[in-house]
Design a binder for this molecule. Structure first.
Ligand SMILES: [Zn+2]
Length: 323
């Protein structure tokens, strides 16, 4: 009995398109091979016009190309929407009108740590596995919903709206530190947060005032990253189990650790013997952390290799632990 293996008599359109594409590739490339003379699988019934490719005649290369054509990768999201938002927020909150090129440069600013650079770049590209990622996978849409707020879990939601433990407390702490340098609170707009390196205060001589421009960049970028880390631990590590949500003490200390690490990095980088011409001027670091230090810069630098708190905000200890 003859077996027909290349046709689409079922009328399934997806199969038909797939086979048709493979057939085109086979015709273009040519296999240089003839099917075996007595292979029953390659002979179609007489009254049937085969519309697909003969499996026995398919080269591996052609097969892979056919599969790739039949399953194209999903389109990448354009970052233009987020760039537009940053542009609009920069003129509102930082009094500057940056071009898209300047915005991209700001995402690689040297005042950002490596992990916050990566975080901001990925956020602008919507590259994290949150709502937009899951929305395009059939059957997994529910994973794009915030289990606490029951709304789509975009990065904007995580950083500016989410009611789960972490976000609000982190921004309160960041504002507490910020208030020592500025009379206005940290902007809450998503675009202003992503564009935190766009502030450009000038000195009287017209040059950029690094000591005044750095204070918004460090606490804002580090706070965003701490909120994201807390969210990932809550949802991925602990599967949204409310009994394992972070306590206020844990959140407080996580944020404090991130800020102290940055302060340590700043203090160490003022050492000219080690960093030579790449050393940060002590004046810039002092002006950045003015009003926020627990000790003076010299003492801070001496304490950098040790554990402890350098900014003037104390860590919290869990209740009931008398240490
Ligand atoms: Zn939420």
């Amino acid at each position: 009995m003859e077996e027909y293996r290349g046709g689409t008599e079922t009328g399934n359109q997806a199969d038909s398109g797939y086979n048709h594409q493979i057939e085109i590739i086979i015709r273009k490339e040519g296999t240089g091979r003839n099917p075996p003379e007595h292979d029953p699988a390659t002979n179609a019934p007489q009254n049937t016009i085969p519309s697909g490719a003969k499996l026995s005649a398919m080269p591996q290369k052609g097969l892979y190309r056919g599969i790739k054509l039949a399953n194209p990768p999903p389109p990448r999201w354009s970052p233009d929407v987020n760039i537009g938002r940053i542009e609009a927020c920069a003129s509102e909150h930082y009094g500057t009108a940056p071009t898209p090129d300047r915005i991209w440069l700001s995402t690689r600013h040297k005042d950002l740590s490596k992990k916050t650079k990566e975080f901001i770049w990925k956020s602008i590209h919507d590259a994290f596995k949150i709502v937009k990622f899951w929305d395009r996978i059939e059957g997994y849409e529910q994973r794009g919903i915030c289990q606490t707020c029951e709304s789509p879990e975009s990065m904007e939601h995580i950083l500016t709206e989410c009611e789960a433990p972490g976000r609000l407390q982190v921004w309160t702490l960041a504002n507490e530190l910020w208030a020592r340098r500025s009379n206005t609170p940290i902007p809450e707009d998503y675009g202003a947060l992503l564009g935190c390196c766009l502030s450009d205060f000038k000195r009287p001589d017209g040059k950029s005032d690094k000591g005044l421009n750095r204070p918004p960049r460090i606490p804002v970028s580090e706070s965003m990253h701490v909120i994201w880390k807390i969210r990932c631990e809550r949802t991925i590590t602990w599967g949204n189990d409310p009994s394992k949500f972070h306590s206020p003490h844990e959140i407080h200390n996580k944020w404090l650790q991130a800020i102290n690490t940055r302060l340590r990095m700043d203090s160490v980088q003022t050492n000219k013997k080690i960093f030579k011409d790449k050393a940060l001027p002590a004046k810039t670091v002092l002006r950045t952390w003015e009003g926020c230090l627990k000790y003076n810069l010299h003492e801070t630098r001496n304490l950098c290799g040790k554990t402890g708190v350098l900014v003037g905000i104390a860590p919290r200890r869990p209740p009931g632990r008398n240490r």
